[in-house]
Design a protein around this ligand. Structure first.
Ligand code: IPM
Ligand code: MN
Length: 370
């Protein structure tokens, strides 16, 4: 019998609603496969600030450290949006990424054939889109120091620092090359090498590494023109790899291809998936929908649980070593969408059946076949 410990961190806004559906999927898989998932819930984000006064309590850090994988909902909301506060809900997810060394963020963007008409882009542009975006997640503008605000005689100032070490760049580029090797063997390294020193270093290291990956076609793209190409000719991309901030922006843009932010899952990993680490364990991973807490629709059953359910599939594949179960979940999502089921965000006017969060989760759970 295989047993896993999974930390479940629902967080704020729509987090608890979508996580509830992800949990149903895991429970269904227990029944179908005999695997045992020990789920332990923890406090995170604004919910944790309200309960215990801090966004990432020590208990939660201890919980994730003894887990095989983390299922994360979302954090943040207007209630905690005070620019002068010393804590923010977002500190929780940033703190988890940093504390666990989750430097590689995988965000697949796949267009389901039945959702070709859900995007604001033309179906012909979306045909065959299957992209894997790899975002560096523990460096760059998000974390490097100095990072502060201060007053001077000539007014207020603020600074963030874009700094990368060779090691940080190399390890995430390597994830990009390895994943490209297992796919269509094309890697686009995104940078701003015409302006930024850190990007020139990034590009240099990409070229050096490419000697070890002769089977992967490496191209470089400047982030601004890449932003345009992503919506103009998205089907020409396979794997893209980029620094933290560029990745934050380009992955939200790429969500338009999939029809909705509510469709995009993610995995944040501490190593190359699904290789084992030194202790023979698989790469620790945090799995979360990329859509965030969406406070405007929280508690109304309007959120799309598919991003979370697809994140569970990534967890099965990368952290738990259950690729068949992962495929079964992805297949169930595809069939439920092909059958016309929609949540509000992906519904076309007058077509298909508009379901609540829980109804969509239920349909997908019912469709899982192993
Ligand atoms: C994301 C989110 C986070 C980020 C926020 C919530 C800190 O936008 O995961 O893309 O900027 O990384
Ligand atoms: Mn983001």
């Amino acid at each position: 019998m295989v047993e896993f410990r999974i930390a479940v961190l629902p967080g704020d806004g729509v987090g608890p609603e979508v996580i509830a559906e992800g949990v149903k999927v895991l429970q269904r898989l227990e029944a179908l496969t005999g695997a045992v998932f020990h789920l332990e819930h923890g406090l995170v984000g604004g919910a944790a600030m309200d309960e215990v006064g801090t966004p990432l309590p020590r208990e939660t850090l201890e919980l994730v450290r003894r887990s095989d994988a983390i299922l994360f909902g979302a954090v943040g909301g207007p209630k905690w949006d005070n620019p002068l506060a010393s804590h923010r809900p977002e500190d929780a997810i940033l703190g988890l990424r940093k504390a666990l060394g989750l430097f590689a963020n995988l965000r697949p963007v796949k267009v389901f054939p039945s959702l070709l008409n859900s995007s604001s882009l033309k179906p012909a542009v979306l045909q065959g889109v299957d992209i894997l975006m790899v975002r560096e997640l523990t460096g760059g503008l998000y974390f490097a120091r100095p990072k502060k605000r201060w007053r001077t005689a000539r007014g207020r100032r603020g600074v963030d620092t874009l700094r990368y070490t060779e090691r940080e760049i190399e390890r995430v580029l390597r994830v990009g090359f390895e994943l490209a090797r297992r796919r269509r063997k094309r890697l686009t390294s995104v940078d701003k090498a015409n302006v930024l020193e850190s990007s020139r270093l990034w590009r240099e290291i990409a070229v050096e590494l490419s000697a070890q990956y002769p089977d992967v076609a490496l191209e470089h793209a400047l982030v601004d023109s890449c932003a345009m190409a992503l919506v103009r000719t998205p089907s020409r991309f396979d794997v893209l790899v980029m620094e933290n901030m560029f990745g934050d922006i380009l992955t939200d843009e790429a969500a338009v291809l999939a029809g909705s932010l509510g469709m995009l899952p993610s995995a944040s990993l501490a190593g190359l998936p699904p290789l084992e680490d030194a202790r023979g364990r698989r790469a620790l991973g945090l799995y979360e929908p990329i859509h965030g807490s969406a406070p405007d629709i929280a508690g109304q059953g309007k959120a799309n649980p598919i991003a979370t359910i697809l994140s569970v599939a990534m967890m099965l594949r990368y952290s738990l070593g259950l690729p068949q179960a992962a495929l079964a979940v992805e297949d169930a999502v595809e069939r439920v969408l092909a059958g016309g089921c929609r949540t509000r965000d992906i519904a076309e006017e007058g077509a298909g059946e508009v379901l609540t969060t829980a109804e969509m989760g239920h349909r997908i759970v019912e469709a899982i076949a192993i």
